[in-house]
Design a protein around this ligand. Structure first.
Ligand SMILES: Cc1ncc(C[n+]2csc(CCOP(=O)(O)OP(=O)(O)O)c2C)c(N)n1
Ligand SMILES: [Mg+2]
Length: 896
């Protein structure tokens, strides 16, 4: 022990200590605990000023935050709610066990919901409101693998049939009636609102949903309400950086519309979460430090009399000293073990339980299993103002599973209960299923007219209807015609601009749209200036929930840094996962808030999909609608920044998300066409797609939108330059490209003609990914319809009557442009150049030479392809190498 600990732990003058404590008691009695708190803070200040080093105490005692006498009482019928909970528990268990008695190893989880059943039940019975005309409804994020419990309740409510319970995890065979393993709006679009099972993404998204709800309230787009976002989280899940990574935002913005329920069953998948410590204490410190209201819900009511008798604090000391591994063992081994190993540690505590039987000790319940205490905690949470609330609820993993799994290390994966375990479960929860039937683990429904069902329906009616439920569609908004984007569909003349500038202009045009303008949500993660968006700061303001409390340094400038409670730009700071979550919240606002928004999140493309890929996947699942804009994209176009900035593969990630449409435009009119089409599909047609568009910072001139190119741009390919019908013996090639590298292809065409008399058709391919999807769809259709007229993939249609080999070049890895190889017309050779390998910093010219995608390499590849087809010779290739100074001994950029 160091000296400080000595001072704190040794009472050198007990009489003086008692006098002080009595004075404090007197203040509490006369003026309440707030006054006592005030006085203590004053004393702490005085001690600090006198030079006393007061250690920071982020934690409180290991007992409930709400003392028994301040607990709000539940108005519910606790006997009835217990019965209902037992039925929910049984059916949740039954659906998993039945699924796993069938062939196919379907999996599922019993132990997690078993630990959270009471936490969930109290929410459904008393707190969570469904959307109605008068209330927007609460948004509840459930722990993903607790889904059986949610389905079981829906079954009792009559929303899900018995047949469907038997289709748990059988979504293919279920033909639309199957129940998804976890919450997936993509799979159950009328039911689940948010995917959560990728640990950490639920809590992160819940924070940003609450943040965007406040944003909408502050901008006057939805009325202020007492609506809440609730998020259930596992204690093991709290180790994910995403779980805790944004809690300071919630504290800072005082998001009292947000409630976390941390289900602290002390176990994760493999074993204890903090066997050698206490997860509740650890989380208390973290959340308190971040400005949250922390409600510890550690002990159930059976402990109250013991704690009331603990005048000397020995029990509380014991509670504090005991580590989670030991608490887990107590629940696994039972009352006698707990008497000996827990209470037996001190004579005072042993004495406390002397008159209790082992069974009584076993029944000493944990806070998260006591519906009265849970009610009180929720009541306080929903009434807390000025800060978000986290409830740290101590529970037992596998509660009710007895010897087959209660508090045992392997319980997480227990999904096959034997008959004995099933009978024990039935007995423990008093399910009226007869001995001769119970081994089949039948579902149990008490009947439509049963008091249980009546009670449940009454409760839900009082709270506005059933949950979970999801809104599929909201109001449609007319997209502006392409003509509204004339500023960027028309050529730039001599002016050199980048596609980033074109895109930002496009956003500005939309901001001026009468219907849509308000609904545009520009989002940045501290990179607005990088993309030339600082004009928006002044113009539409940066959202700041408490307004701007200082005079900005650049107040005298035209484009000053303007923060405003009604600001439209979401400046999320340097957090790509945070900005992405804000984007998801805005992109799903049509469903969650019945307020369609069109978010544009602009970021460094390298810090996009590869950094937050799992969120991008969740966005697809959640049917997000909006634009992701990967700025300063490309492996050679972002020249100076080097290996960690130069993105050559985000398009491959994007291409793997089924409902993400990804484009790599070269010219401003392509940007405009993609943008207009996206607005039409997402805001007007309400299609569940989102867009990824890469934009660059290379400045060049842009031509006019070629007549009739729109359709090809959207499909992913159009003829940019037609070389006409080739003359006899005229060597011809097809050059393909996207992004800035298309311009190298255009330059290559000139070199080819000048040096070798080779002519080229030039194809701009804004989306190799869209081309691939269409091609494989046609190919599949043809296989399945052998006797019908075959569909010709669009790429094949484009190139069928075009002479000569095809050469594509891209600023991304070869794989990106290689996606269309399967659709080359028969016999057409296809060469792909791309930027495989790590990036590095240099000039664009040097990088393009290094990655072998510049005009010379493209031209050389075209000559080589013609030679391979016998239209030119090896000598021609050698001449090309010499003419264009190609270094044949240069190592492959992939490996250097
Ligand atoms: C990102 C991610 N990693 C791993 C998993 C696999 N997984 C599912 S549940 C689980 C344990 C969860 O423990 P905890 O959060 O404590 O929840 P509990 O089941 O105990 O309530 C793990 C590792 C996952 N779903 N997501
Ligand atoms: Mg856990």
């Amino acid at each position: 022990m160091n000296k400080l600990d000595d001072i704190l732990n040794q009472d050198i003058d007990p009489t003086e200590t008692r006098e002080w404590t009595e004075s404090l008691d007197a203040v509490i009695n006369a003026d309440g605990p707030e006054r006592a708190h005030f006085l203590l803070e004053k004393m702490v200040d005085a001690t600090r000023r006198a030079g006393g080093h007061l250690p920071f105490q982020p934690t409180t005692e290991y007992i409930n935050t709400i003392p028994p006498h301040l607990e709000a009482k539940s108005p519910g019928d606790s006997e009835m709610e217990w019965k209902i909970r037992c039925l929910v528990r049984w059916n949740a268990m039954a659906m998993v066990v039945r699924a796993n008695r069938k062939p196919g190893d379907l999996g599922g989880h019993i132990a997690s919901f078993a630990s959270s059943a009471t936490l969930v039940d109290v929410g459904f019975n008393h707190f969570w409101r469904a959307p109605t005309e008068n209330h927007p409804g609460d948004l509840v994020f459930h722990q993903g693998h607790a889904s059986p419990g949610i389905y079981a309740r829906s079954f009792l409510e009559g929303r899900i049939g018995e047949d469907q319970l038997d289709l748990f995890r059988m979504e293919v065979a279920g033909k639309g009636r199957g129940l998804s393993s976890y919450p997936h709006p993509w799979l159950m679009p009328d039911y689940w609102q948010a995917p959560t099972v990728s640990m950490g993404l639920g809590p992160l998204q819940a924070i940003y949903q609450a943040h965007v709800m406040r944003y909408l309230e502050n901008r006057g787009m939805i009325p202020k309400s007492d609506r809440k976002v609730w998020c259930f989280i596992g204690d093991g899940e709290s180790d994910e950086p995403e779980t805790l990574g944004a809690i300071s935002l919630a504290g800072r913005e005082k998001l009292d519309n947000l409630i976390f329920v941390l289900n602290c069953n002390l176990q994760r998948l493999d074993g204890p979460v903090r066997g050698n410590g206490k997860i509740i204490q650890e989380l208390e410190g973290v959340f308190r430090g971040a400005g949250w209201n922390v409600i510890k819900l550690v002990w159930g009511s059976y402990w109250d009399p013991l704690l009331a008798r603990d005048t000397k604090g020995v029990l509380r000391q014991l509670m504090m000293e005991t580590v989670d591994g030991e608490y887990q063992a107590c629940k696994a081994f039972g009352g006698a073990y707990t008497r000996e190993h827990f209470f037996g540690k001190y004579p005072e505590t042993a004495e406390m339980v002397r008159n209790l039987s082992d069974d009584d000790i076993w029944r000493l319940n944990r806070g998260g299993h006591d519906p009265h205490k849970v009610y009180a905690a929720y009541h306080e949470a929903v009434n807390t103002q000025g800060m978000p609330t986290v409830i740290l609820a101590k529970t037992v993993k596998g509660y009710g599973m007895g010897a087959s799994g209660e508090s045992l290390n392997p319980t997480h994966q227990q999904k096959k209960l034997d008959n004995e375990a099933v009978r024990a479960f039935r007995d423990r929860f008093r399910i009226p299923i007869a001995d001769d039937k119970v081994d089949q683990v039948p579902y149990y429904h008490p009947g439509k007219d049963s008091p249980e069902m009546k009670y449940m329906l009454e409760r839900r009616a009082a709270l506005g209807g059933f949950l979970p439920q999801r809104r599929r569609k909201s109001t449609s908004y007319q997209a502006p015609e392409l003509s509204a984007f004339e500023q960027i569909t028309k050529g730039s003349g001599d002016r050199e601009i980048s596609t980033t500038m074109a895109f930002v202009r496009g956003i500005n045009l939309l901001l001026r749209d009468k219907g849509l303008g308000q609904r545009i949500v520009p989002i940045v993660a501290d990179e607005a200036r990088t993309f030339g968006m600082e004009g928006m700061f002044r113009q539409i303001g940066i959202y700041a929930p408490f307004g701007q409390k200082y005079r900005p340094q650049d107040a005298d400038q035209l484009m000053y840094y303007r923060e405003d409670i009604k600001g439209q730009v979401l400046q999320e700071g340097i957090t790509e996962p945070g900005a992405m979550s804000a984007w998801i919240a805005a992109a799903t606002s049509y469903s969650v808030n019945n307020v369609p928004l069109l978010p544009f999140y602009i970021y460094y493309s390298m810090f996009g999909f590869q950094r937050i890929g799992d969120l991008a996947w969740a966005a697809g699942d959640m049917r997000a609608r909006g634009f992701l804009v990967g700025g300063t994209a490309g492996r050679t176009t972002l020249n100076g920044e080097g290996l960690q900035h130069e993105d050559g593969h985000s398009h491959l990630f994007a291409a793997n998300i089924p409902n993400c449409k990804a484009y790599d435009p070269t010219f401003s009119y392509e940007v405009a066409v993609v943008m207009q089409d996206g607005v039409r599909r997402m805001m007007q047609e309400q299609e569940d797609v989102y867009y990824y568009v890469t934009v660059m910072n290379e400045n060049y001139t842009h031509p006019d939108l070629p007549k009739g190119a729109e359709e090809g741009i959207i499909k992913g390919m159009y003829l940019f330059k037609d070389a006409g019908k080739p003359k006899k013996n005229e060597p011809r090639v097809q050059l393909l490209g996207s992004g800035t590298i298309l311009r190298e292809a255009i330059a290559a065409a000139e070199l080819l003609e000048k040096e070798f008399g080779v002519t080229a058709d030039i194809w701009s391919c804004p989306s190799f990914s869209e081309l691939r999807k269409e091609g494989f769809d046609a190919e599949r259709w043809n296989r399945l319809h052998p006797e019908d007229k075959p569909r010709v993939p669009y790429v094949t249609q484009c190139l069928a009557d075009r002479a000569g080999p095809a050469v594509a070049a891209t600023d991304y890895v070869r794989e990106y442009a290689d996606q269309i190889r399967a659709f080359m017309p028969d016999g057409k050779k296809y060469t792909v150049l791309g930027c495989d390998g790590y990036g590095r910093s240099d000039t664009r010219d040097n990088l393009r030479r290094f990655f072998e995608v510049d005009r010379y390499y493209i031209a050389h590849a075209a000559i080589a392809a013609l030679a391979a087809e016998g239209k030119m010779s090896a000598k021609d290739v050698a001449r090309a190498i010499k003419t264009w100074k190609i270094d044949v001994d240069k190592p492959n950029p992939l490996t250097v």
